[in-house]
Design a protein around this ligand. Structure first.
Ligand code: S3P
Length: 179
């Protein structure tokens, strides 16, 4: 049994991982499997600000986006029975990773740089961090960012590999810690 302390029997779940790791894809599936709600932090931000993530980056810059993101994350405290897909950068900024660990169970969905490249290259324009990079620069940029962020993602309570994940990956872990 894993000894993880939460303040409730049915804690919220935070998914962390790099862009393209499948946080939203698996989050929706696992929410159905566990009878929870699903929210995507980027969508909360877009709704609150009334602009797309790309427009917020463009008009207000990354620093302001990170401030808005961290504030939006704190609003998840009032949610119940929810799976929250954080943004790929969320754990890396402020004390967001520590906050998620203190307010729910955290799951890192792992993915390697080459797989990320395959998944994000098709919609590079929608990703502000990748926007101005040529295709030759993309892989080394992803590798660098991934290495920077890995220590933060690794602070998650559990790890699920995106390439072997299934609809029951989350429930399997949850039932193993309830035993
Ligand atoms: C970002 C990831 C994005 C979004 C923003 C910045 C990042 O979220 O928050 O574009 O810094 O990795 P997803 O991981 O949901 O795409």
């Amino acid at each position: 049994m894993t000894d993880i302390k939460t303040n409730t029997d049915d804690p919220n779940i935070f998914l962390v991982g790099f862009m393209g790791s499948g946080k939203s894809h698996w989050g929706k599936i696992w929410a159905k499997e566990t009878n929870r709600n699903f929210i995507d932090l980027d969508e909360v931000i877009e709704k609150n600000v009334g602009k797309s993530i790309a427009a917020i980056f463009e008009e207000r810059g990354e620093e302001e986006f990170r401030r808005i993101e961290s504030a939006a994350l704190r609003t998840c405290e009032s949610m119940q029975d929810t799976i929250i897909a954080s943004g790929g950068g969320t754990p890396y900024f402020y004390d967001n990773m520590q906050w998620m660990n203190e307010h729910g169970l955290t799951f890192h969905i792992t993915v390697d740089a080459k797989e990320i490249l395959k998944r994000v290259a098709v919609e590079q324009e929608k990703r502000p961090l990748f926007k101005n990079l040529g295709s030759d620069e993309l892989l080394s940029f992803i590798e660098k960012k991934l290495a920077e962020r890995l220590p933060y993602y690794s602070a998650a309570n559990f790890t699920i590999c995106s390439e072997t994940a299934t609809a029951s990956s989350l429930t399997d872990i949850l039932s193993s810690i309830k035993k």
